[in-house]
Design a binder for this molecule. Structure first.
Ligand code: ATP
Length: 381
């Protein structure tokens, strides 16, 4: 999304910014969820996530809805009483908008171009949970793609497809993903259109990423408070205007969770359940495990370690001899290691090892001298 494109640059902006930034962006007044409390058990819920008008925990009566701002506040300044309230950023996007002028002058980019940022965002969520799906501190990845007004619809469609392709490229199955367009009343205050990329999580279809047409809302809002011009000068036409922006906004934690959920597989092999993580070879943290069939044979252990030394460097490989071979295979299957290499007694004689594929469990005998090349081809490294 960034380094392999000519039209996108990366940025790392501050988490604590001038609080006026969040007034200009509309977050101080509008970044809120409607919530209700249960009069019986006192639990608190987000109203848009409730299926019925009673408490989902104890069926108790609910209070009238109240607006609840999701931004975390802290103070800057060392003098007690004279401190200023500031906010932990609830999204990374605003750091890009307030730096727009700096970015323009330092990167000399011409429209259309994008600025991407990845980093922590903080929201005082009413209810966290579903493992890492919703937390109060999470990793966001956002791209603000600036375009000429009038070309926004075209680029909007482009980014919907581009982002779906990105998830496919991580190995997520097509049937596990879908696009859902926001209804008018669901749209955020800045958005002309918005689609969610949803993933079939264990708790049902839920948002993985939002792609919004934010129009020129943000670049028009900030100058009203800062007084700094955020327009773009077009050399070709000699005209100055405020660009529109298309924003894919995803959560790293949700993407990781989706990858894990989608890769989780079970099957029965010889009457026993086998669990394996069918991670794409690019994402598997460990690419190859070298396993000795017999750990009490020093020649086998030595050969296994020689192989490990030879192949590692380009990717992560590990050695493990802490269990019987069946167990060792299952462990690697569960963490998604695509290949296991086993050294046995025959290896000492014929110079060949067993190469086992995680998904098919097929085993091939491969000459040790060719192993590095064979693995390199299979892993595409
Ligand atoms: P939701 O409706 O689930 O609260 P949202 O529409 O408020 O999400 P956005 O503001 O569009 O979310 O944020 C962009 C992305 O950031 C989301 O698609 C999601 O992947 C991620 N994200 C947002 N809030 C959280 C959170 N509390 N925990 C983890 N990831 C989050």
């Amino acid at each position: 999304m960034v380094y392999q494109r000519n039209d996108v640059d990366g940025l790392d902006a501050a988490i604590l910014m001038n609080p006026e930034v969040w007034k200009a962006s509309g977050h101080v007044t509008s970044f809120a969820d409607m919530m209700v409390d249960c009069k019986e058990c006192k639990k608190r819920f987000r109203i848009d996530k409730l299926k019925e008008k009673k408490c989902p925990e104890c069926s108790g009566e609910l209070t009238d809805p109240k607006s609840f701002n999701l931004m975390f506040k802290t103070q800057v300044g060392s003098v007690e009483g004279a401190q200023q309230d500031v906010y932990l950023r609830p999204e990374t996007a605003q750091g890009i908008f307030v730096n727009f002028e700096n970015i323009l002058t330092t990167t000399r980019k011409k429209l259309p171009f994008g600025v991407a940022q990845i980093g922590k965002a903080f929201r005082n969520e009413i209810t966290t949970g579903n493992f890492t799906f919703r937390s109060r501190e999470f990793e966001q990845m956002e791209l603000e793609y600036f375009v000429r007004p009038g070309e926004d619809e075209k680029w909007y469609e482009y980014w919907l497809q581009e982002r779906l392709e990105w998830y496919y490229s991580l190995g997520i199955r097509k049937e596990s993903l879908r696009l859902r367009e926001h209804e008018k009343e669901e749209l955020a205050h800045y958005a002309k259109r918005c689609h969610d990329i949803e993933f079939m999580f264990p708790m049902g279809w839920s948002e993985l990423e939002g792609i919004a047409n934010r129009t020129d809302f943000d670049l028009k809002q900030h100058p009203q408070i800062s007084g700094r011009d955020l327009s773009y000068f077009d050399d070709a036409t000699g005209k100055r205007f405020i660009p529109y922006v298309i924003e894919p906004s995803g959560g790293v934690d949700r993407a990781v969770l989706a990858v894990l959920v989608d890769a989780y597989r079970t099957e029965v092999v010889k009457d026993r359940k086998r669990v394996f993580l069918s991670l794409s070879k690019d994402l598997a943290p460990i690419k190859v495990a070298i396993l000795p069939l017999l750990k009490n044979r020093p020649e086998i252990v030595e050969m296994a370690n020689r192989i490990l030394d030879d192949i590692r460097g380009n990717y992560r490989a590990v050695y493990d001899d802490t269990a019987a071979i069946g167990r060792l295979y299952r462990r690697q299957d569960e963490i998604g290691t695509p290949f296991c290499v086993t050294v046995d007694v025959d290896s000492l004689e014929d110079g060949k090892v067993t190469l086992r594929d995680r998904d098919t469990m097929e085993q091939d005998r491969v000459e040790v001298t060719k192993l590095k090349e064979v693995l390199g081809k299979k892993l595409g490294i």
